[in-house]
Design a protein. Sequence first.
Length: 251
Amino acid sequence: MTRRTLIILGASGNAHDLLDIVAALNAPRPMWDIAGFLDDSLPQGSQLWGRKVLGPLRAAAGFHDCYFINCIGSERSHRQRPQMIARTRLTAMRFATLVHPQASVSSRAQLGRGVYVSFGASVGGMSVLGDHVSLAPGAIVGHDSSVADYALLAPGATVSGSVQVGQAAYLGARSVVKQGLSIGAGALLGMGAVVTRAVDPEMTVVGVPARPLYHKQTPSRGDSAATYSIHGPCSPAEAAAGSPLSQERIQ
């Protein structure tokens, strides 16, 4: 088999998972050569983990006959993943899909381009992973579920059967989603969250059971101090009670 050249987008901690996947795939016989990283925050020519930083993301189109894989994305940046990929100006066919030999992916599952599935992760039968989906070590996608483009599952995150995960959502470490629910695009599940009701787009939920994340904010135009939810002002009593959860859907 002809060895192929791979460039990793982003020199973040997620890149360790990618390096491990490639090392495991290369163990029986060499399949991939890693040319280096493209990263907007590191100087070109610098070294990281024995690999060279080749330039910023926008330089990707200049590397011909190479494949790419994206490992950019965290609880802080997951909603920007589509724009980060667009910055490379690469077509979908330029992205590799990499599955660790010790991951379990059903033969009846469907994986898009630019997907990586790490050590110990599992994808159940009839599940669909869109393009640029990232499964960290130990992440689980149950049967008949769909995970839309750019979504990330952190280590140990579990999606039960028949769940729909929206584009660029982030499921924190050890979070769990009950069967049959939908997680909206850009939503963030805090680590260890147990999600028992559907989550709206771009909502952040935390806790057991998962509830919308509230925070204190001091108004800037002379208003009296108030408690704000991610949906706007609410009373302290509403915040304490988590009133949105009185509805059938978290919203």
